[in-house]
Design a protein. Sequence first.
Length: 345
Amino acid sequence: MAILVTGGAGYIGSHTCVELLNAGYDIVVVDNLSNSSAESLLRVTELTGKEFEFYPISLNNRPDMEGIFRNHKIEAVIHLAGLKAVGESVSVPLRYYHNNISGSIVLFEIMQEFAVKKIVFSSSATVYGTTEQVPITENTPLGATNAYGRTKLMIEEIMRDLHVSDPTWSIALLRYFNPIGAHESGRLGEDPNGIPNNLMPYITQVAVGGLKELQVYGNDYATTDGTGVRDYIHVVDLAQGHLKALEKVMETTGVEAYNLGTGQGYSVLEMVRTFERVTGRSVPYKITSRRAGDIGVCYSDPTKAERELGWIALKGIDEMCLDSWRWQTGNPRGYLVENEMLANI
Ligand code: WQD
């Protein structure tokens, strides 16, 4: 029996694969490598000493996806595969709807065909839209404000309808807040294509000298120092949350959403100061105008996950910053390995 991990070569996926293997699960990974590297999976084996099957295919490739379910006894699915850049989703929405929604529908149809009805889905706090109600609970009104967030919200609704049509489905919807950090080994981490959109990879690239300075998007929000507040969660804590959700869906049926956050918000400047303190590195920055679509304050109430999954985030922002820095300094070109770098000269 194996757990199918879609998007298993990605930032969240690779960290989740490590925790699954270390917990004794057999896994099968599917990833089209459109925003990830197979190198991360080699490092998953390096860190765990365990081998697993990897299929470099897209979810929309129905014949090959059916072949996986035919050749492996899949017990449950952890569905992480999906495009996830908010800004990009606004400029190429059809790519996001096709990849994220059509791909998920093909996956769900094949799961139904093979009577695999247990799934943990990678959703996002983006489904809460521009709510200023904090802390955010799972009952906070939903309302995505960009194509990426709408794909996550629609996939959640598709799974709720699936459960109504067949109550034997067991579904956990994990709404991530802001994942940052890296495996303590420094061998896995966030490897964004091009200039990072997200705060932490941008900070680490400034600290290492790859980028000149951080642009702080606005300091006129209603927060302690005017800069945006977010609920940063260590990626390993997030990965552990997937294992707890997997245990839950294996035991029950139904559909439940869970916020995976720390319940603690930190401002951009608090993150910069923490990073500088724990690493000893300087992060030059300048205050610029707000980024379109940003909200001022967003942090979770994660008590439902604690109550029902027995999960709580354990790592603090010092560890998140240190682990991010160790990944950056140990992998200046991300997963681009020596021979690929030479080939790129
Ligand atoms: C965090 C804070 C910015 C970059 C996004 C997606 C969300 C999820 C996580 C996929 C904000 C500020 C950032 C910079 C800055 N992704 N910032 N300068 O926007 O909260 O969430 O990533 O699931 O769906 O929406 O994360 O890291 O981009 O921003 O000042 O160069 O840092 O304004 O306050 P965000 P982020």
